[in-house]
Ligand binder design. Sequence first.
Ligand SMILES: C[S@@+](CC[C@H](N)C(=O)[O-])C[C@H]1O[C@@H](n2cnc3c(N)ncnc32)[C@H](O)[C@@H]1O
Length: 242
Amino acid sequence: MADEELPPSKLGTKSHWDDVYEREVRVFNDVGDEGEVWFGESSVTKMRKWAHRYLSSSSSPIRVLECGSGNGTLLLSFLTSPGDIPQAFHLTGIDYVERAAVLARSIEQTRRENLEDEIDEEEEVINPVEIEWRTEDLLRKDFKGEQWDLVMDKGTYDALCLSPDGITEENDRLPSQVYPEKIAQLVGKDGFFLITSCNFTEEEIKSRYTKEGLGDSSVPHPSFSFGGKSGTTVCTVAFKKV
Ligand SMILES: C[S@@+](CC[C@H](N)C(=O)[O-])C[C@H]1O[C@@H](n2cnc3c(N)ncnc32)[C@H](O)[C@@H]1O
């Protein structure tokens, strides 16, 4: 079961995501709606809280990458932190759809403008945060040794495992196999990979990523799962580079 592939679907095609973000940019410009929050706000809160708890501030700014960052709402949650000690972040969002970066930049600008008014100053602090939104295909880009302290994935592995296409011309390497190898290269020394998935169980995610030198056992992370859409389960798993 652990290595069973999912049947291809349009959610695994770039043309689907091109259409999604074309529409979402239009809606944001018309009515200010930020678009889909995959797996709901609770998954954003849980991933951000995990990062806040386990990332050491020894490297500053902390470098965080979101793979398949879409509208950017997960990374934008790092604009503030719970407590009263600000933490500097350098955030990178990579998505292969150019309109996703356009949407994320617009949402970032609006959120930054409203930050002072919306923050609860007794519970949260505004962080010094720099953000880069990049348009790149994670499966095909040569990252030439670039690395991050924390790499995050929320729904992207789920999507690219539904791709009808292989990575090579011979079609002999599947996105589901190539992506974990890429992730292992992108996580820096002592760094972390944090993934939330709805198409795979926690055991399946562990079996696909531990092969790549990412160990899940040494991190005392709260592992949680809850019912997502009916019949599916959402799990979040943290890995530490070993
Ligand atoms: C389910 S959405 C999740 C978006 C975002 N992570 C979130 O939680 O809101 C999957 C995202 O992965 C992006 N994506 C899929 N395959 C990709 C690839 N090969 N390279 C870069 N981005 C990709 C899609 O464009 C889409 O934005």
